[in-house]
Design a protein around this ligand. Sequence first.
Ligand SMILES: [Zn+2]
Ligand SMILES: [Zn+2]
Ligand SMILES: [Zn+2]
Length: 170
Amino acid sequence: MSDQDNSHPKQPPSNWEQEFLDQDDAHVRAAKIRYRCPKCESLLVLKEGANGSFWGCEAFPICDYTANNQEGKPVRPIRYLCPACHSPLRKKTFKDNTFWGCSSYPECKITVEDNHGVPSDTKKYPCRECGHYLIRKRSKNGYFWGCITYPKCKNTLNDDKGLPVLRKKR
Ligand SMILES: [Zn+2]
Ligand SMILES: [Zn+2]
Ligand SMILES: [Zn+2]
């Protein structure tokens, strides 16, 4: 703001509130905020990993605490649960394929497709054969929908842009 603005006191600054917020935001970004490891109280440091930046404990490898990086802040990795047995899902990488697998493997063989670090198909569609539900899976030939209780129920549906569609009857 220049001195000229003070000569018109009756004219309120048009969007002072937004300007203030912008300023505040800039201040927050410039400030060095230090985050402490909840496990051992050491400082967390921002690290570069294969899948982008993340927060790791300064005491690594003594302390293996890590957190996801979200706009410069450490956030606890969100736990995603297996849609079939509610065990936590674990992110896995096989060759170039990243997916989420059930931590109760091999008892539970559920895998969920990865979508930018998030298990993508938390959407569920009922299986008309057994009353459980279908999840989106990937095969060599592309996506399809299979029953959560596979191999007990072998019901599958074709995938059409992320939605299950009935197989065409010929
Ligand atoms: Zn630590
Ligand atoms: Zn499971
Ligand atoms: Zn089924």
